[in-house]
Design a protein around this ligand. Sequence first.
Ligand code: BGC
Length: 734
Amino acid sequence: MDERIESKIEELISEMTLDEKIGMIHGDGLFRSGGVPRLGIPCLKMSDGPMGVRAEFENNSWKNIGTTDDFVTYLPSNSAIASTWNRKLAYQAGEVLGEEARGRGKDMILAPGINVMRSPLCGRNFEYMSEDPYLIGEMAAPLIEGIQSKDVSACVKHFACNNQEAGRLKVDTDLSERALHEIYLPGFYAAVKKGHSLSIMGAYNRFRGEFACESTYLLKEILREKWKYDGVIVSDWGAVHHTKEAAESELDLEMSVTTNFDEYYMADPLKKAVEAGEIEETVVDEKVRNLLRLMFRLHMLDKEERQAGSYNTFEHQKAVLDVAREAVVLLKNEDERLPISKKGLKKIAVIGQNAEMVHSNGGGSAEIKALYEISPLMGIKKLLGGNTEVLYAKGYDIPNKGEFSDINWQESSLEEGMEAIEEKQEAAKKTDCKEYEDEKQARIKSEMMYEEAIALAKTVDEVIFVGGLNHDYDVEGRDRETMDLPYGQEHLIQGLLEANPNTVIVIVSGSPVTMESFADKAKAMIWSSYNGMQGGTALAEVLFGESNPSGKLPVTMPKRLSDSPAHHDGTFGDEESVFYKEGIFTGYRYYDTYQVEPLFAFGHGLSYTTFELGQVWINKEEKAEDVTVEISLVIRNSGKRDGKEVIQIYVSNCGKNCGCPKKELRAFEKVELKAGEERIVTFHLKKEAFSYYKEEKQIFSSEKGEYDILIGFASDAIEKSEKVVLDRSYYYGY
Ligand code: BGC
């Protein structure tokens, strides 16, 4: 705490009227709070979102201002950033986002989203990072630091347990305390403690009966009291439902989607409650204090020079390309099918709608106006040049959603919900596109597209299929109904592999999709999330060997939905209430422990070169308050190309009576090695790496005894196993 700033804050508060204070703690525009011009306090300007600064809206309507000055750099999604497993790149992405936000005059960027990917079906998985809390924390912290290095506040979201879109405005979530502290909170804890996120957004859902934005347990007991958080707590847009509960829950700023700003719960109703003596004015003061502290931290109030930021610079475009390259995950590469040699390549076929689809303008609040977006098709053509003929076929039909440009989904989402919006879409579809009135016509069209693609695949040596999902599926407000690829893509992929066994399969999606029916047959497979404005360039570079892939899956790809822990006992997707029956067994923690073989494991991702681990040394030092286990190991690039590999360290608590998963990720490092190069890499594990949450005592516990240290290149590719013994137990809280 900076004494000088705190006393300035107190001075300002003492000069403010109740009206002025109230004005600061609720929206006075769709994306800004009220200021106090008399005292030189500006309003706080916010913007979505995780993949770039969102288009500019009018202050009091959901209409885009419609000028061309709000096109921006389109960053890889959080799921893509997490796939790099590269902390430096996360920082670099943060710097771009922060600088663009500042360049657009914003004080707070509503990002990153870090909720746990509990189910493959959650519509917002693409905005989130991983199924693993450690990976989330390690990637979110540098991303946040990068944003905030530009005098802009990150706003990490959505706190907490916001893991589905079904019933998102009301669903009541419950889970064990152990799962809460081991799985769903650590990412936020790292965001606050390591990333120093200056603000945090509450969630829409209920948590054990209370709305998350009014939850005394989440906001007061955990965030403020246990974690000593002194940043700003912002509501999600329209997530506040009561004046007293919200005011007394430690929420600082109420935002919403409607324009009756004075009627917000923390506006006139709160003022009246204070005047009537029902709520102490000090409660309001505390919120103002937190907001003013944020403003000082961002140099909005003091004399220090604030960074001006910039947007759409070449540096930003280059930075997002760096991230995109390392976000591409090579899932399979039998017979060294990839990379494709471009030498003498006369003709290739590219098939599938994600080869040419633009994604930046969709997804919900993560949508942006990208300055440009290089599609895979353009990336491939750009890389190959004019001597190679690139033939393209869509391969499958995407039914037109119809025009509904006068409906703003976000504005309608509070009152109507996504279903009503969809009904409007359906109605629009009926009037807009006559061709779809006849379903038979649609089927004929699909069949023709299929036949055209298959015929094309037969005439060329190289076929690249680029399909997957898009923001009709990876979208805010709605979960997917199945894990299957839409638009008959499985059928098409099977046909293509039949017609041309060399077909390379590229899946672009923010969530796991079913791939079992073709994964055996395909020789080469790539997965990429939404990879930003340079996504197509990055993909083409990997396909043709100009860059060596090094992305790793941040989420397990199960064979089928029913294998997934959130689904095998049916606790996902209920609109009224969900209980996370699988507890701490999310993602690979479940697949590993219960021996359910996934299609592609957490942490998996291949390279065009090979890596080997050599000798491992373990050293342990135990002191009363903590333990340090030092692991040093030799890693060698044993192949013929320069490349990057992620060394993953898992700790196994098995054998103890603590009900722990078989193994848990506790450390990782991405290393770059030239062909033939060898290096020693050192890791340090502290007590946290051996701990679990003991519910009865409400503490973390690292108990004495033997642990396995498992070292490898994926959760299912453990190369070395060592043992370490803790001679004493460690118990600790936050
Ligand atoms: C979303 C938030 C977003 C906010 C403002 C809400 O619908 O859940 O993630 O930041 O809108 O657009």
